[in-house]
Design a protein around this ligand. Structure first.
Ligand code: ADP
Length: 163
């Protein structure tokens, strides 16, 4: 099966990567779809986010990385995805994710959304937390793939992780 994993990925964290890996194991194919959202101002431009994900997933079989804008259900239709994959870290994610899943189902009744629980040791991770730590020069190697860690250090001008 082909799963569509949509998100902002600004930037990709090890939590996202873990979900991609496990999604490949379960479904065979995962299309990581990076949202091009002009109303948000991302820390990393779209091209950079795509490159980060391509590099971090280079050794994984069955991963494709694309960008999209507009409706997720339309992207799923265009890519021939069988399902939408989303991650759940905590109850706080659930309410929002359920609303989106119902909305998508109302637009495309044959498209299922599958939620995967994050690995416990990644459940505290979010792209915003990672950016916040990096901004103040904290250690981020255990939170993001190496390519992202390098980009974050460059972005916040902190070449030496100190904690
Ligand atoms: P969005 O802006 O769509 O929420 P994100 O890039 O923040 O995009 O997240 C994309 C997907 O990855 C969401 O389903 C989110 O729940 C999931 N996710 C975010 N952080 C983690 C994590 N630490 N572990 C696993 N999944 C995660």
């Amino acid at each position: 099966m082909r799963a569509l994993y949509p998100g902002s990925f600004d930037p990709l964290t090890l939590g996202h990567l873990d979900l991609i890996e496990r999604g490949c194991g379960l479904f065979g194919e995962v299309i990581v779809a990076v949202l091009r959202n002009p109303s948000k101002s991302p820390a990393f431009p779209l091209d950079r986010r795509l490159d980060q994900i391509c590099r971090a997933t280079a050794s994984l079989e069955g991963v494709e990385v694309i960008s999209f804008d507009g409706l997720t259900v339309r992207c799923a239709e265009q890519t021939g995805a069988d399902l939408i994959l989303r991650g759940l870290r905590a109850m706080s994610d659930f309410e929002y994710e359920l609303q989106i899943a119902h909305t998508n189902r109302s637009l495309a009744s044959d498209l299922e959304t599958v939620f995967m629980a994050t690995s416990a040791h990644h459940s505290f991770l979010s792209s915003s937390v990672v950016k916040e730590v990096a901004r103040f020069g904290g250690r981020i190697d255990h939170m993001v793939p190496e390519v992202v860690a390098q980009d974050l250090r460059r972005l916040f001008n902190s070449p030496m992780p100190n904690q």
